[in-house]
Design a protein around this ligand. Structure first.
Ligand code: ZN
Length: 143
């Protein structure tokens, strides 16, 4: 286990615009505001979703898109540093018109219909994503 300690910074409430890209908009806001560490949640609706799933055996992503209107039942994510820039990592559960859910790791391509984000900025030394041999992922290093 690695532990990173922070003091709470400002809470940012964001209302994304129709047509925004979830990952792109939050990444852009973090870069513009110089936010290097944060945790966030969101809810709303998208007109399409672009997701990925990580194969823990093959260490490879499979990408898929859901070209339907979906509710965002629950979204969460964080901001840390990757290659010196704010990097957004976010997962969400979506629901369709029958109440069925699906979800995954968000790629760019999740198109906002309406979205409300609560982003808690964290003040302290930001976690830096580094290659992790055992998982094949870029995980928080140092600490
Ligand atoms: Zn992920």
């Amino acid at each position: 286990m690695r532990v990173f300690r922070f003091r709470p910074g400002p809470i940012h409430l964001l209302r994304l615009d129709r047509g925004d890209d979830i990952v792109g908009a939050i990444t852009g806001y973090a870069a513009e505001q110089r936010i290097q560490a944060a945790w966030f949640t969101y809810l709303g609706a998208v007109s399409a979703a672009s997701l990925r799933y990580y194969d823990q055996v093959g260490h490879a992503y499979s990408d898929f898109t859901v070209d339907r209107h979906l509710e965002v039942l629950s979204g969460l994510g964080n901001v840390s540093l990757l290659d010196g820039a704010p990097f957004v990592h976010t997962h969400a559960a979506f629901g369709d018109d029958q109440g069925r859910s699906l979800g995954g790791h968000l790629n760019r391509g999740c198109t906002v219909f309406a979205l409300e984000v609560n982003l808690q900025e964290l003040v302290g030394e930001p976690p830096v994503r580094l290659p992790d041999e055992s998982t094949g992922l870029k995980l928080w290093g140092g600490g």
